[in-house]
Design a protein around this ligand. Sequence first.
Ligand code: HEM
Length: 205
Amino acid sequence: MALSIPTDRIPLFKSLLHLVMLYPLVNLYIDAFADRLGADPVDAVIHFTGMGAINCLLISLLISPLAKTFKLGFLIHFRRMIGLYAFVYALCHVLNFLFFEVQFDLTLFIGEIFQRPYITVGMGAFVLLLSLALTSSAKIRRKMKKNWQTLHNFTYLVALLGVVHFYWSVKSDISEPLVYFALYGALMAFRHDRLKRWSKRLRLW
Ligand code: HEM
């Protein structure tokens, strides 16, 4: 039996989701300003917001396989919002880096983007995610017609770049990034047919 929620309850569930997404972020900054984040608070905020961004990205990619497999069509109402929270967390992550790590030194910031490959990859993911966030509204979707879907398929690339950036940023224990690679692979396996169609069009196999 397909599980559903009444359409008039969706705004309520969306409000709850806002709380679930915002609470950890607000709590993080309260702890940061109260000096409760341990010996390296800058590292802690960069870590927390980076993990928040990658988790939201993977959850947004999980929505449609879940909806299709378990006939939970109502979940689709929350996909855009979770994708936007991936952007909010990524924005905080980049701003934390800019304000706290390089102390708003723009020359150093730009230098880091070009000199450290893992930051180059992260920036690539961030710029793409920004373009997805800016074009996410229903109004822009209608205006862009078929091009909208083409652009928003780049979500798969953003998630891949995010996972590569995570893997590259880790200095010693790579087990956690490897788990994220596996999760990404599983999420892509659900889209096997679509990926095959694209690769045929590009003559990749
Ligand atoms: C969509 C874009 C991005 C995602 C999903 C993302 C995600 C992550 C994740 C998961 C980590 C590992 C956290 C940890 O274990 O400490 C990380 C680390 C980091 N990221 Fe990002 N990131 C993104 C973009 C960026 C950008 C644009 C920058 C800089 C301009 C950046 C700078 C860093 C830094 C400095 C670290 C910490 C590395 C260290 O531990 O020394 N990230 N990021």
